[in-house]
Write a protein that binds this ligand. Structure first.
Ligand SMILES: O=P(O)(O)OC[C@H]1O[C@H](OP(=O)(O)OP(=O)(O)O)[C@H](O)[C@@H]1O
Ligand SMILES: Nc1ncnc2[nH]cnc12
Length: 203
């Protein structure tokens, strides 16, 4: 299969997504569509937590394309020199590879402990509802590489902070963090300073 085939298929898919989008809800912006689809589940996974469920965004091709469009625009404008997209286990994997493909760069996984083979570096962190350990393969990023980190949601910032620590250990340069949802009250963006956070929907 030649490259033109992929380009043709992609523009056909783009047209289909925009047509479906227009048919679905005229007058609603991409951001309004994404916001409307994110569902709150009170007291999940434990009492007091309002879980923001992104599953309906993934299920809607126009909404998913809109998320990637908005991330792509931001990275092209703000971090044009990016070398790699680094996604966080597990929901960062849903958006990261799509964005990396759009930008024409590689994708790297930050995984929870015990999932990656070979030499690794790891770091522990705390979550809104628990503790965990994050790892990358030692050769996943090189010193001086410019990366953007991506996840579905920023809560306390513990997870993205751990990913920034892993990048620091490998001497990679974090250009910024991207999330679909940011929970303002938990001040995750402050924890990540001086790194910037680009979020689409904030609560
Ligand atoms: O800002 P923080 O307080 O660190 O919380 C945000 C993280 O929590 C969730 O992941 P979780 O660890 O629940 O795992 P999952 O993606 O595997 O469901 C979410 O996908 C983020 O990665
Ligand atoms: N409130 C929340 N909703 C969805 N994912 C989360 N990860 C951490 N906090 C979360």
């Amino acid at each position: 299969m030649d490259r033109l085939y992929h380009v043709r298929m992609r523009s056909k898919r783009d047209q289909e997504v925009s047509m479906r989008r227009m048919a679905e809800s005229e007058g609603e912006s991409d951001l309004e569509l994404i916001t409307r689809l994110i569902r709150p589940f009170p007291d999940f996974p434990s009492k007091g937590i309002v879980f923001r469920d992104i599953c309906p965004v993934l299920k809607n091709p126009a909404a998913l394309a809109a998320v990637i469009d908005l991330f792509e625009q931001h990275v092209r404008q703000t971090h044009p020199l990016v070398d790699l997209v680094v996604g966080i286990d597990a929901r960062g994997f849903l958006f990261g590879p799509l964005l990396a493909q759009r930008l024409g760069v590689g994708f790297v996984m930050v995984r929870k402990k015990g999932k990656l083979p070979g030499p690794r570096v790891s770091v522990g962190y705390t979550l809104e509802y628990g503790t965990a350990e994050a790892e990358i393969q030692e050769d996943a990023v090189s010193a001086g590489q410019k990366v953007v980190l991506i996840d579905d949601l920023l809560a306390t910032g513990g997870t993205l902070f751990a990913a920034c620590e892993l990048m620091k250990q490998r001497r990679a340069d974090v250009l910024g963090c991207l999330v679909v949802v940011e929970l303002n009250d938990l001040s995750g963006a402050d924890k990540l300073k001086p790194h910037s956070v680009f979020s689409l929907v904030r609560y």
